[in-house]
Design a protein around this ligand. Sequence first.
Ligand code: BGC
Length: 512
Amino acid sequence: MIALVKRFLLLLDMMLYPTIVCDMTKSHRRSAYMSSRPTKSNLKSLGYEVVEAFTAHLEPRRMSALSARLQRRYAEKMRSSKECMLPSFNHTLPTGQERGTYLALDLGGSTLRIALIELDGRSKGRAGSRVLHMSVCQINNAIRRLPGSSFFDWMADKIVCMLEECPFYSDGGSNHPLSVGLSWSFPVEQISPKRGKVQGMGKGFCCSEQTIGRDLGGLIVSACLDRGVHLQIDALVNDSCATLLSRAYSDPCTSMSLILGTGTNMAIHLPVSSLGSSKLEGRQEKWLSEAEQVTVNTELSMFGKGILPETRWDDILNRNHTLPNFQPLEYMTTGRYLGEILRLIIVEAVEKAGLFDGRLPSCLQEAYSLDTTILATIEEDTFNTGKSAAYLEKTWNMDIAPSATEMVFLRLAASSISRRAAAYIATAIHALWVVERKASGATEASRTTIACNGSVIERYPGFRRMCQDYIADIIECDTDECLRNSEIVLQMAGDAAILGAAVAVAMAKDQS
Ligand code: BGC
């Protein structure tokens, strides 16, 4: 419903566009600049161009065809790839009866969370977990840029700090290392349930540059030892797998997860036989004989190149990125990039269409200086109440607030960017769901719950609904009747990654 209303408002904005643009001629305040800048028609036509470039192809049949192409790409990477479709060591999902109190770490793109978590088994009406103490540390650009071991030193300082202030923790002089579950929101090449090698990191993090291929747990443990704290990483999971584990702990019907925040990813529980043998090289006979299914970190963010249509602003973003082409889907859909896409559109509108009298607010000059929360604020002010204009004037330190016309332009751009993001995520989800159904030989209609976590899917106004609606639209185009009668439900799973890290340690303990 919300999505429908938004679609309607987007259309309304476009219809009102000429009127509002005409109103602008009544404004005296810009006359000096308007005489030299072709503001009216250029801003209007750029607005149409943006809407067209981002949304014209978002119709169900086209998206269904894009999904089919993604399905083929996923299947290829399931056969062989060192970068994506990475099997974990979890070959079962939690029983829901895992118990104990564990220290869990969750390194996300914008926060490091450190928590002491108690699991006491799910039962009717109870989640079965309790966060006894949690510390949340923000990660700014300076921290993202810390090289190699300096980043792990920063992490260790925060861990020591949290343990010092946690009323539930006392090492009691024990010589035993503290058992830890780690959720890592970056690719990692797992070599055992507890160990993995650092791989290239996106989201602006630099610490992998000098540590690629090194033992991730070892880097954290040794930085903590230097500070007198003895840890032992007993479970290492990607945040997508952690989210799947935590939701499956409280709801056994969950077999897929989605992260959509600073970055994006999905995890999925697949038959081992659907993966190429190179994917399982080096695994012990015991693991291979026991495992029928395995939780796979898809590294979904890396898909989409050459399949999902891109605009000229995506192209600029990609070319200026430190890792061009590394995570095409992420660059078009996540919290780290949505704001930057809008900033690039604004830069062009200022230069070529006289937006803001042809002057770019100085705080928008640097790449990544437009936060995605600003995009959300612009889009949320659907009735152009002036609230968002006043907000921008203050946030961007402007001499005068953007005019109504400018706000319409900004809102059209913001909603086109977020709409496309929702549609691409929906397409990627649909494609993975079809691959999973085929791999597991499903022949009946089903209802699949996807555990969702991350700031964009949780908090961007109307995003989850829009994504859910697009998924339903694509399913309607499926030629297979079984698929057409099936349903995918996006279910929020708050604090999922950190809870999942605790569930992963509990599972590791039960299995050892
Ligand atoms: C990383 C994934 C992670 C995802 C969500 C991506 O940038 O490559 O490993 O799961 O972000 O945090």
